[in-house]
Design a protein around this ligand. Structure first.
Ligand code: ADP
Ligand code: MG
Length: 481
């Protein structure tokens, strides 16, 4: 962290207010380096450790730079997974809350038509996965002609073989005159050279840290035979007794197998992998973020970017085949200024992967002896006690931002030619109401949603029971009820 203050960057009060409610007291190092440069509209390539606050490092300048009045999307953020797209959308939306920025997430395996409808609204910022972004561009539902900012999060992953063609085809559809920003915790040199192809004199910002992995994460490994992994997992989790843990496996099948074993053994657990229905994936992620269970068994879909408060342990049930994946997986713990522990299981045939990882992170990962039988037996009571207790619920991020905001539903929309000005006009006619008390307005075919800020919702709700909107009395209700 730094001694700087968010006020130093000349950003709008509306953003500062949100930053304060998010409880970001001072800018993190990467934020302090990136925000002023990004505000100047320069192309940048940023390498900074996991959990160091990269999202806000681009989120804040983007929220500052987009013009509220413009109707077309002005910024596009690309992420490798759907879960990350949703998380980043949420983070940016929170920052832009009081500037009333509409931020949408578009991602695959979710209904296209719903996203299409959303994109018809005034949208300032779009966050998405590459495939679905391309679909929307090709079907004409995402207008990219106004995009002035492109962010590629987890950039090295996005420049990998699986994604590079899609990224290039998105870039071809964007205006040439734009700012491009790349972010990741790992940035191989060949990626850096790729940057020059698509960027104008990029500024490289490498947040100097002694190590690629975060020092606050204690790293350990066990040597184990494949046939003994499940027993070892049981012993290690019993002794370690984590509050919250991700167990990473290399394939979906292995996630399913480990999950079944843990479920049988009454662990508080759930699983996530790419073979699952999208709505199940999202629901699991949401529950994990709220602290509803302790163990998430996952493939690398959960390795990058995912930010869950309070993960104490990462277990690599399978050592990852790619060295970068190791850094990202273990980076799900030890976020911001917290500590965490990362434990990796290595079979004898996998030692070369271990060596590659150690070379890459420039440190040894200490070898641990399998826990003694007695130690495991001694640990069982407290393990069982924890497993029988519900985990401590985690507060939703940005909860304070939503205090004092009431969403109203009005039963009139596009079909009756309702426009934002009609809504704003009616509300501003109510005594004590100003335009800045009105949040995001969402006009659908036959209904409209409008947010009332600053604890003034109740007053507006009451007043609109007897005051007309666009010449007629409308049915107005509280949307969340
Ligand atoms: P990264 O992308 O670098 O891995 P994130 O952007 O996901 O990290 O941020 C990690 C966590 O730190 C998030 O929970 C975020 O809300 C929080 N955070 C970001 N900036 C600050 C700050 N200046 N002060 C406190 N917490 C912050
Ligand atoms: Mg990130």
């Amino acid at each position: 962290m730094t001694k700087a203050n968010f006020k130093d960057y000349g950003i709008h009060n509306k953003l500062l207010k949100a930053i304060e409610l998010l409880d970001f007291q001072i800018p993190s190092k990467v934020q302090h380096e990136v925000i002023p440069v990004a505000l100047q509209g320069k192309d940048i390539v940023v390498k900074s450790q996991t959990g160091s606050g990269k999202t806000a490092a681009f989120g804040i300048p983007i929220c500052q730079l987009v013009e509220w009045e413009d109707n077309k999307p002005q910024a596009l953020v690309v992420t490798p997974t759907r879960e990350l797209a949703i998380q980043v959308r949420e983070d940016i939306f929170n920052i832009g809350r009081f500037k009333r920025l509409n931020v949408l997430a578009v991602y695959g395996k979710a209904p296209f038509s719903h996203q299409e409808k959303e994109l018809k609204q005034k949208t300032h910022i779009v966050v998405g996965t590459p495939g679905r972004i391309i679909d929307h561009i090709e079907r004409g539902t995402l207008d990219t002609s106004g995009v002035r900012y492109l962010v590629i999060d987890e950039a090295d992953e996005m420049f990998n073989l699986g994604f590079i063609d899609q990224i290039e085809s998105i870039i071809l559809k964007l205006p040439k005159k734009r700012t491009t920003m790349l972010f990741s915790a790992t940035m191989p040199e060949d990626v850096e050279s790729l940057c020059y192809k698509n960027m104008k004199d990029p500024v490289f910002i490498d947040i100097e840290s002694e190590n690629l992995t975060v020092d606050r994460i204690e790293q350990e490994r066990y040597t184990v035979d494949e046939s003994n992994k499940k027993e070892l997992l049981k012993d290690v989790t019993t002794v370690e007794n984590p509050d919250s843990c991700i167990v990473f496996c290399n394939t979906r099948e292995r996630v399913d197998a480990v999950y079944s074993m843990m479920k049988r053994n009454k662990y508080s657990c759930a699983r996530i992998h790419g073979g699952m229905e999208q709505k199940d994936r999202l629901q699991i992620m949401e529950s994990f973020k709220l602290g509803k269970f302790r163990y998430l068994i996952a493939t690398d879909v959960a390795a990058r970017g995912i930010d869950v408060d309070g993960i104490t342990h990462i277990i690599n049930y399978d050592i990852p085949r790619e060295k970068e994946a190791y850094v990202h997986r273990i980076g799900r713990t030890g976020r911001v200024d917290r500590t965490g522990k990362a434990i990796t299981f290595v079979t004898r045939t996998e030692e070369r992967y271990l060596n590659e990882i150690c070379d890459y992170i420039e440190r040894e990962i200490p070898l641990k002896e399998r826990p003694e039988k007695d130690a495991v037996i001694d640990a069982i009571p407290s393990f069982n006690e924890k497993m029988s207790k519900k985990p401590k619920p985690i507060e939703q991020k940005g909860k304070d931002l939503n205090k004092g905001i009431l969403k109203l539903h009005i039963n009139a929309g596009k079909k009756t030619k309702m426009r934002p000005v009609d809504i704003v006009g009616a509300i501003c006619n109510i005594e004590g109401m100003k335009a800045e008390d009105i949040g995001i307005i969402n006009i659908l075919d036959t209904s409209t949603f409008v947010e009332i800020l600053n604890y003034k919702g109740e007053r507006v709700f009451q007043a609109l029971q007897t005051k007309p909107i666009k010449g007629r009395l409308r049915n107005v209700s509280k949307a969340d009820e």
